[in-house]
Design a protein around this ligand. Structure first.
Ligand SMILES: [Zn+2]
Length: 309
């Protein structure tokens, strides 16, 4: 793995994190998977309070604090990263998710655009943009200054996800803001969009895997090239300790909590059993790792040089 992981530094006093440029590294990581070249790109890191009650919403704060402390993490602050992925298959450049986009820049996020260029992928070279689901941190970068950010791309998204967010009843109540973002960023691209169901192919070797629960149409993707496999788990699990070691714990952003638990166990049981690597959109950057099944859940094992061999 040509690994240039940013040294994310949390300044204790201000709880601000240094950007990659401040610490002199590029915020992307490239490795080979068979004939594919895979690049994870850090759109940014956002420090906030937690993980409780965002993670372990149905647990006592003390139980979450105890697990954090046992894993050398603070109990009252955490950093959430955002990691879109470019897969260059040799014939197409496929981008999975688009970060927070313009709306994140005031807070040091929305860096996908500049960092993908630094990694050798111009926005107008992207052939396909795949959306795992329609939350704002995944669709925020679709538009740039009022125009499509990836000018030559076609789009791929889950049929169930599109149907859910564009239904008239989403425009009111708790889903109103998210539906407004879908209306602004996704709907204008729909005429150039292909809709997937479980198992459908994005490109040869890349297939959708139904991973519903986080959102009603949330998709993971199975990737295979030259006999090597990888799973893009998107938002199936969003904290490498709270949500992998305790997959049963409810997560505030999971729209159907119990279905998200079932999906987490199904997908990560498979990844653990098959011993394949995965990329999780919110895993610690460079967001690539493995899981080992342990007592109540999974131990996250960050990838190191496995892809160099
Ligand atoms: Zn997300």
């Amino acid at each position: 793995m040509a690994l240039t992981a940013p040294q994310i530094m949390v300044r204790a006093a201000s709880a601000q994190i240094a950007t990659a440029s401040e610490v002199g590294n590029p915020g992307f990581c490239t490795f080979k998977l068979g004939d594919f070249q895979v690049t994870t790109i850090l759109d940014g890191g956002r420090p906030s309070e937690g993980p409780h009650p965002t993670f372990g919403e149905d647990q006592e704060a003390g139980a979450v604090a105890e697990l954090m402390e046992a894993n050398f993490l603070p109990a009252d602050q955490f950093v959430n990263g955002f990691a879109p992925v470019v897969i260059d298959t040799g014939s197409e450049k496929i981008l999975f998710d688009t970060g927070l986009g313009e709306g994140g820049r005031a807070n040091g996020l929305g860096l996908l655009r500049e960092r993908m260029q630094a990694a050798g992928h111009q926005p107008d070279e992207i052939d396909v943009v795949v959306l795992t689901h329609f939350h704002g941190d995944h669709i925020g970068g679709l538009m740039e200054a009022g125009a499509p950010a990836f000018a030559n791309a076609r789009y791929v998204a889950g049929q169930a996800e599109y149907d859910f967010w564009t239904a008239p009843e989403r425009a009111e109540g708790q889903t109103a803001n998210a539906a407004k973002a879908v209306e602004a960023n996704v709907v204008p691209l729909a005429e150039n969009m292909t809709f997937l169901a479980d198992g459908d192919e994005v490109a040869s070797g890349i297939n959708a895997v139904a991973a519903f629960g986080h959102t009603p149409g949330h998709l993971a993707f199975s990737v295979e090239s030259g006999g090597r496999r990888l799973m893009l788990t998107a938002d199936t699990s969003n904290h490498y300790v709270a949500s992998l070691m305790r997959p049963d714990w409810h997560v505030r952003f999971d729209m159907d909590k119990e279905m998200a638990v079932e999906t987490r166990k199904r997908i990560f049981d498979q990844i653990a059993t098959e011993r394949i690597p995965f990329i999780g959109y919110h895993m610690p950057f460079p967001a690539v790792g493995f899981v080992e099944k342990i007592d109540l859940g999974y131990r996250y094992v960050p990838a190191t040089y496995q892809f160099d061999l």
